[in-house]
Design a protein around this ligand. Structure first.
Ligand SMILES: [Zn+2]
Length: 89
């Protein structure tokens, strides 16, 4: 059995950004995926990395949009009115 991956865990982590944006050369990419096939800890690292990327990029913007859309307009007005009231007082 000589099924050891060519990449070490550290090398894999170095390549993650390139892997996710698809700029990894095919040879490295296949080594990368082979490593993932035998190394659960790198799979979960990749998973966490991907999630934090999504949170950092799209999710923040989407979160604001979703929050605005999900707030009923009557509620928004009530909040604004209450704020105005307390400003006067
Ligand atoms: Zn690994």
């Amino acid at each position: 059995m000589n099924d050891r991956p060519n990449l070490s865990c550290r090398e894999l982590i170095d390549f993650i950004a390139d892997y996710l944006d698809g700029s990894l050369p095919p040879q490295v990419r296949s080594d990368f995926e082979r490593h993932l096939g035998v190394c659960p800890s790198c799979v979960s690292y990749l998973d966490g990395y991907r999630k934090s990327m999504m949170l950092g990029k799209a999710a923040l913007r989407d979160y604001d949009d979703a929050r605005l859309e999900s707030a009923p307009e009557s509620l928004v007005r009530a909040v604004l009115a209450a704020r105005r009231q307390s400003d006067k007082a």
